[in-house]
Design a protein around this ligand. Sequence first.
Ligand code: ADP
Length: 248
Amino acid sequence: DTTHGRILYLEDVHVSFDGFKAINGLNLDIAPGELRCIIGPNGAGKTTMMDIITGKTRPDRGSVFFGSTIDLLRYNEPEIAAMGIGRKFQKPTVFEQLSVFENLELALKTHKGVAASMRFALKGAQKDRIAEVLHTIHLASSVNRQAGLLSHGQKQWLEIGMLLVQEPQLLLLDEPVAGMTDEETARTAELFLTLKGKHSLMVVEHDMGFIGTISEKVTVLCDGTVLAEGTLAQVQADERVIEVYLGR
Ligand code: ADP
């Protein structure tokens, strides 16, 4: 449901670990089709926030809604993934022995809950979907290549492709360009700009140059809450943001 202008909504979320407040009154709104970058110093709560959205960590209190009607706190991690929230961790976890195509095929079949029936042929529409994703992730010419032989950047794109075949509404990406060459980073920016609009993206990233090329809106987390929000230029000029980055 995107009629209310948001795909994801967090309100006054709190999480403590052994009395330590990792998330402390977090509010966040992501619009449908938005590409939002999340920045913040180490320990700000970025990973914990993604863990909450994906059902890996349960908040002590607060609301987490997908669209305007789905209360995510009522669902577990696999249910949340199945309803269209895809997450990519920092390190690529493709199946190195399988080809690019087989990785995408497996992701598609696993999502459909038929991993045990790999012997069944893909339907035409599913093949079309894979072909479209291959093109999007810049791997159409490497379709039969063994995934283990891909470059680091290509493996990251393949893993994004493995989420895309599942047609997620929201993608959560943790430091997607870490370890990439400049050229791979530029192509990843291109990829994200292609995905935006059709999907909503939340990208945790430290690379400010990359953020500047992809995002209209940046959220700065600190001490488990939003410190600042705005364009990259706006948040970079914010004295409180400068202070947390230069050390308190
Ligand atoms: P970020 O991703 O922004 O670096 P995290 O969400 O990983 O921040 O961590 C936020 C804070 O919560 C940190 O101080 C971290 O040490 C703490 N923390 C995160 N997960 C746990 C956990 N499972 N148990 C105890 N402390 C945790």
